[in-house]
Design a protein around this ligand. Structure first.
Ligand code: HEM
Ligand SMILES: N/C(=N/c1cccc(CO[C@@H]2CCNC2)c1)c1cccs1
Length: 351
């Protein structure tokens, strides 16, 4: 652990221009803590910078240009399910900010808390005799919630409860107040019939099942949010045939020939769905980025990193957007998928 701690603290001090003397003193302190307690505690500044570095090192993320502007909420001192629920509501409110989304991470104490949700706000998926209602991606977790007593409503867009577990206690469920959940009804700038599809999506993506690793310490409950890139909603969540599978319906309404692949009906429906998503979020003043702008921002990130003397790492297959990937520069160049730390990692599902 001391090796990982030393590497992180050294890099942190170098990148923030703190003196060799301060570094040496801090390293002695950390070594002492590890020797006597088996671990050490990050200062707020170390934790804050570590969370930002972890974003900077996230190879699958196209949004890394803004890594230094991450808001870090330190909640390492709370240890009851109720106060964790309160902190999560605080995160949701602060991050949502009435639509002017603030990229934010809340860090809970390193080991004894788990949030079972994949995202703080996500729609339920119900398996019924005549198919799946809601988000197919949520079917397994929805069953877990129902086994824990959650009813659900068999709706298309039922927001799942927060499931919070302390140590090895049974998890506790908490409903998120509707007032805290900002959603965007999806309409199209030209096709008036689009509204009748009854589609909407939530404003803020908040990943809550990954762990933040900084200097040898793993924060297994550290939910983080940014804003959406439009294609995530328009080219995947509402488009995939194993998600909301809207392309055939949209193509029908557009009067396209869905009997022939060569009519490119799927592609035309896909573009209009993505146009509708971007139009709706923008009209409602909810932060969102289109995949062309996001790629241009990523290009600026690459230049900044080279300028800072760091090599750019990335996971090409995740960085290219799912719609018109070859229209971005990312498609036309290779990226090394070298894993640096601090970083965000997958971890075993607690259920
Ligand atoms: C600010 C706006 C942001 C945008 C537009 C953005 C965009 C994206 C997109 C499109 C993906 C791929 C998701 C998918 O294909 O399912 C992604 C992945 C990822 N992003 Fe970002 N991101 C943003 C902010 C952040 C922040 C604040 C963090 C953490 C502090 C972060 C960490 C990650 C990580 C760890 C992944 C990979 C997730 C996985 O492995 O499943 N991003 N991002
Ligand atoms: N825009 C975003 N998109 C995502 C970022 C990370 C993960 C995901 C969802 O990943 C799922 C697992 C693989 N694809 C879907 C979406 C952000 C969420 C939190 C901060 S930015």
């Amino acid at each position: 652990m001391f090796n990982e701690a030393k590497n992180f603290i050294q890099t942190y001090y170098e990148e923030t221009g703190q003196s060799e003397q301060e570094l040496a003193a801090r390293l002695i302190e950390v070594e002492q803590q590890i020797l006597t307690q088996g671990t050490y505690e990050h200062t707020l500044d170390e934790l804050t910078y570590g969370a930002k570095m972890a974003w900077r090192n996230s190879n699958k993320c196209i949004g890394r240009l803004f890594w230094q502007s991450l808001n870090v909420l330190d909640k390492r001192d709370i240890h009851s399910e109720a106060s964790i629920f309160e902190a999560l509501l605080e995160h949701i409110e602060f991050a949502t900010n009435n639509g002017r989304i603030r990229p934010t991470i809340t860090v809970f104490s390193a080991q004894d808390i788990r949030i079972w949700n994949h995202q703080l706000i996500r729609y339920a998926g119900y398996e019924t005799d005549n198919g799946i209602i809601g988000d197919p991606d949520s079917v397994a977790f929805t069953k877990v919630c129902q086994n824990l007593g959650w009813e659900g409503n068999n709706g298309l867009f039922d927001v799942l409860p927060l499931v919070i577990q302390l140590k090895d206690n049974p998890p506790k469920l908490f409903d998120i107040p509707e007032a805290s959940i900002l959603e965007v009804p999806i309409r199209h700038p030209e096709f008036d019939w689009f509204t009748d599809l009854g589609l909407k999506w939530y404003a803020v993506p908040m990943i809550s099942n990954m762990k933040l690793e900084v200097g040898g310490i793993s924060y297994v409950a550290a939910p983080f949010n940014g804003w959406y890139m439009g294609t995530e909603i328009g080219a995947r969540n509402l488009a995939d045939d194993n998600r909301y599978n809207m392309l055939p319906t949209i193509a029908e309404h557009m009067g396209l020939n869905t009997k022939s692949n060569a009519s490119l009906w799927k592609d035309r429906a896909l573009v209009e769905l993505n146009v509708a998503v971007l139009h709706s979020y923008k009209e409602d003043g909810v932060s969102i980025v289109d995949h062309h702008t996001a790629a241009q921002q990523f290009k600026r990130f690459e230049a900044n990193e080279i300028e800072a003397g760091r090599n750019v790492t990335g996971n090409w297959s995740w960085l290219i957007p799912p719609l018109s990937p070859a229209t971005t520069h990312i498609f036309h160049k290779p990226y090394t998928n070298e894993k640096k730390t601090p970083n965000y990692f997958y971890q075993k599902e607690p259920y």
